[in-house]
Design a protein around this ligand. Structure first.
Ligand SMILES: Nc1nc2c(ncn2[C@@H]2O[C@H](COP(=O)(O)OP(=O)(O)OP(=O)(O)O)[C@@H](O)[C@H]2O)c(=O)[nH]1
Length: 203
């Protein structure tokens, strides 16, 4: 058990440490594509083969239903980046990407950045979604694309770092008065952008 004098150990303590910006990022995609595993690999460098479904709402199935709109909106509000994930060994999860993308466009901030991630690329023998199909869909949707594996630790760090990079690039563009389409020259035209939470340093 931690006491007052102990060094920081947990996520809450980590949140108290210095950082440049805090962004809300969401991992979305069908159940069992590996969202939790991906996050654990990044945060803890750990992986467990057991599957315990995260308890929550299936936003893909509830999104069209008016009674869930408030919850869905609240969940997406303020998110500056998304990892939209499918499983390269699961066709249904790939087919669902279009629905998830529509949901992002409906509920999130216009400038939210999205990376399409084909997870479980270690399962080469079970692969049903060719890399080219993933890349083509990402191109069509205007997203960046990575294949990755939470299990084998392939491209996990790279995906998170790329997402943060593109968010920072977008923020910097928005902060340049002349390059912003909605700018009136009087200052940054962040519009309805969710404000990042700076701690004093540049990105
Ligand atoms: N082979 C392989 N298995 C993986 C990989 N990532 C996750 N898995 C396995 O896939 C299963 C589902 O992973 P989860 O991380 O729980 O999936 P999820 O998307 O969070 O699922 P929900 O919580 O239901 O939304 C688990 O058995 C994991 O061990 C991967 O990169 N490769």
């Amino acid at each position: 058990m931690a006491s007052a004098g102990d060094p920081p150990t947990g996520p809450r303590d980590a949140a108290d440490q210095n950082f440049d910006y805090m962004f809300k990022l969401l991992l979305i995609g069908n159940s069992s594509v590996g969202k939790t595993s991906f996050l654990f690999r990044y945060a803890d460098d750990s992986f467990t083969p057991a599957f315990v479904s995260t308890v929550g709402i299936d936003f893909k199935d509830t999104a069209g239903q008016e009674r869930y709109r408030t919850i869905t909106t609240a969940y997406y509000r303020g998110a500056m980046g998304f990892l939209l994930m499918y499983d390269v060994a699961n066709q249904e999860s790939f087919t669902a990407v279009q629905d998830w993308a529509t949901q992002i466009k409906t509920y999130s901030w216009d400038n939210a950045q999205v990376i399409l991630v084909g997870n479980k690329c270690d399962l080469e023998d079970e692969r049903v979604v060719p890399s080219e199909d993933g890349r083509r869909l990402a191109d069509d949707l205007g997203f960046e694309f990575f294949e990755a594996s939470a299990k084998e630790n392939i491209n996990v760090k790279q995906v998170f770092e790329r997402l943060v990079d593109v968010i920072c690039e977008k923020m910097n563009e928005s902060l340049e008065p002349s390059s912003s389409p909605g700018s009136n020259g009087k200052g940054p035209a962040l519009g309805d952008a969710p404000p990042p939470q700076p701690s004093g340093c540049s990105c």
